[in-house]
Design a protein around this ligand. Sequence first.
Ligand code: HAM
Length: 425
Amino acid sequence: MSKAIQAIRGMNDLLPATLALWQRIEQRAETVLAAYGYREIRFPIIEKTELYRRSIGEVTDIVEKEMYSFEDRNGDSLTLRPEGTAGCVRAGIENGLLHNQVQRLWYAGPMFRHERPQKGRYRQFHQIGVEAFGIGTPDIDAELILLSARLWRLLGIRDLELQINSLGTTAARAAYRKVLVDYLRAHQTTLDEDSRRRIETNPLRVLDSKNPAMQALIAAAPGLHEYLDVESRAHFDALRHLLDAAGIAYRVNPRLVRGLDYYTRTVFEWVTTELGAQGTICAGGRYDGLVEQLGGQSTAAAGFALGIERLAELAAVQQVPGVEIAPQVYIAPLGEGRIMQQGLVLAEQIRDAGLRVELHCGGGSLKSQLKRADRSAARYALILGENELAAAQVSVKNLRTEEPQQPVALAEVADFLRTRIVGSR
Ligand code: HAM
């Protein structure tokens, strides 16, 4: 026997037991997104590498070392999408969706980053992304946050902390960057290797370091807040008032900087302490310069993406139930020919009544079929043998109680089950 081929490290098979929770998340997300007027958009999983270089930023971890890039047969450099915002903006510009319009869009699907795999961090992972274009005021920042909060509520997810910050305009950030670089240079010896390298390339990211040895230095660093421009400060204050009025609790985290370069003003993250190191479930912010940077007309924009793996892991920890897919009724036809024909018809009738039915296929003894019925988690087994067929009946057996088995007319069994499983009509 030849050696079995295994999946690529960090890229997971998603099995039915896991997907029951994923489906609950996706269904609820679609309901919430529709309630806020967001419409779905789909764009390719592969784009030109240039798109990500120009949007995410040359000196970010993603572009420097995490992209799955390759040359196609024409010699073009292409990349598996590491995130969705860039592709969404590209598609919006190319299809004329963004100019002088308000667009509320969402997308879902796999993203790819060559990170070191660990719990909550994978090389193929899935996001639900939400983007709003054409609105520069903080009301849309608040709406995006309320939308995500509603999703947590609807799913029954508890204890997420909302952290918010403002990164100001590009100009304000440039002024702050100078001050920060001076500070970091003055403390070179305390910096770890990664941070020393970042002084020149991406000094703001030093503030994001999780290295315990650097926390004191980071805490004492000058804060971006002192360098915010007047408009950004007003924008941030207005957002805080809107959140207060909506009863959304948050913590201002002045060290929240995000790992992608396109953000301006508001940034936010929803964080849990229940998953270990990878505790950010959902993250985003405003990116007013990106559309223009990618060749469109200047357009205000804001959005976020949630990581489905992390949300599903948290949902499992908090014992959120998945969607129900187990059959409610198991039909055991004890024979072939006319019995099986009747079995197929009966299964359809009960499905028409809105119930989930598994029809036993492939034959077998009553005992073996009832064993399968029991394992299927169905509540009722319907036994259909020669005697039942002759009397136009089935024997109904409750698999979860001691109730005696009882005959029910074929014409009535769908109603009989529906009343017992779902309640009266
Ligand atoms: P991001 O912070 O890179 O932002 O990713 C958003 C979320 O995706 C994270 O909070 C996390 O839940 C999940 N995630 C990221 N990387 C991984 C990974 N390797 N394994 C598992 N989950 C992961 C963005 O992608 C932006 N495009 C969000 C955005 C939309 N900003 C504005 N609009």
